[in-house]
Write a protein of this length. Structure first.
Lengths: 180, 161
């Protein structure tokens, strides 16, 4: 039991979150809402399957295509500000949700990318995101959107540099953490 | 089929062509790597999507308005950060909710804090982050990021009131 939990603690954690949400749904409107929640989740999953397949293939192909030395040189812990800016650019351009960019970030991690680079990639994906721009413009208007982009523009590279400076040395542990 | 899916497939197919030029061995290895990641994370992805489904049907719009609606000021920025971590789903789900808040009169500071927090501190995204990046990565990225939405919100208030 103990070793099972140690291996599957993330699943266990997600399961607990599901149980809490199911309980909230049940206490609001009974079993029907619990059922609707599960159906809604599976519907979203099915709708996103084409995107998921593309994301996993992209992650796999990147790993197969790009040599480790290349990633280490351009995105590794010694790639410096150039690596961080490159990661920001890639993050800003890539479309899709967390089930798209985390498999790709995971592939980069196991291929030798540095911590600051990876944090910059994930942060830029969410703050610079080009694919999200149309929604934000259409729904919130240009005034809010332009101000939001201006204010958060420097955050992805700065946080990448800060994280690399403070915690860059932990990258090996993080890499092994995922391999387990 | 939305734009994201089409763009991502274009990227995937481009990578396919590049791998093909390097030889079928590379293509095979890429697909096998993709398959092993899928197998390893299939259950987790299913669970994460069920969480997304529940949050979707529990429709939190009303609560949201009470927290960062008109006249909540500086406290609104702090509430907005907290709220942003809970906002679920993609931009097509979240931005309509934020648009309702803007129409209801939420200030610029809280709105910017909310968008930033949703972007960098989302708890739902963490359920996808943990399997691929491990808890250490999440702890560092999320922990350092906590100050960002507040900073963005306060900057907005300083610059534009």
């Amino acid at each position: 039991m103990r070793s099972f939990l140690k291996k599957n603690w993330i699943s266990a954690l997600l399961l607990i979150v599901i149980l809490i949400l199911a309980f909230i749904a049940y206490s609001r409107e009974g079993w029907l809402l619990v059922y609707e929640g599960i159906v809604s989740g599976i519907t979203i999953l099915v709708r996103e399957i084409p995107l998921l397949i593309a994301a996993f293939l992209t992650a796999g192909l990147i790993q197969a295509l790009v040599k480790k030395e290349f990633i280490t040189r351009w995105l590794g812990k010694d790639s410096g500000i150039k690596g961080i800016l490159l990661a920001c650019l890639g993050g800003g351009l890539i479309p899709g949700g967390p089930y798209v960019y985390y498999p790709i970030a995971g592939a980069l991690l196991s291929s030798g990318a540095g911590l600051g680079v990876l944090v910059a990639f994930v942060t830029a994906k969410n703050l610079w995101s080009v694919s999200r721009l149309p929604y934000e413009f259409a729904l919130l208007g240009s005034s809010i959107t332009i101000r939001r982009y201006l204010i958060t523009f420097l955050i992805p590279p700065l946080i990448g540099i800060l994280v690399e400076w403070l915690f860059g040395g932990y990258i090996q542990q993080i890499r092994e953490n995922v391999k387990e | 089929m939305n734009t994201s899916t089409i763009i991502l497939w274009i990227i995937t197919l481009t990578l396919f062509v590049f791998s093909w030029k390097k030889g079928t061995e590379t293509v095979k290895r890429g697909v096998l790597l993709a398959w092993s990641t899928t197998k390893k994370n299939g259950l987790l992805i299913l669970l994460a999507f069920i969480i997304a489904g529940f949050v979707n049907i529990l429709s939190p719009e009303k609560l949201v308005t009470a927290w960062i609606g008109p006249g909540t000021g500086w406290q609104g920025i702090i509430s907005a950060e907290f709220l942003g971590t809970l906002l679920p789903g993609g931009p097509y789900v979240v931005f309509p909710i934020i648009a309702i808040l803007v129409q209801a009169g939420a200030g610029l500071g809280p709105v910017i804090s909310l968008i930033t927090s949703y972007s960098t501190q989302s708890l739902l995204a963490i359920s996808f982050e943990l399997p691929f990046m491990g808890w250490r990565f999440t702890a560092i990225r999320w922990g350092i990021g906590l100050g960002i939405p507040l900073l963005a919100g306060f900057t907005a208030i300083l610059l534009w009131g």
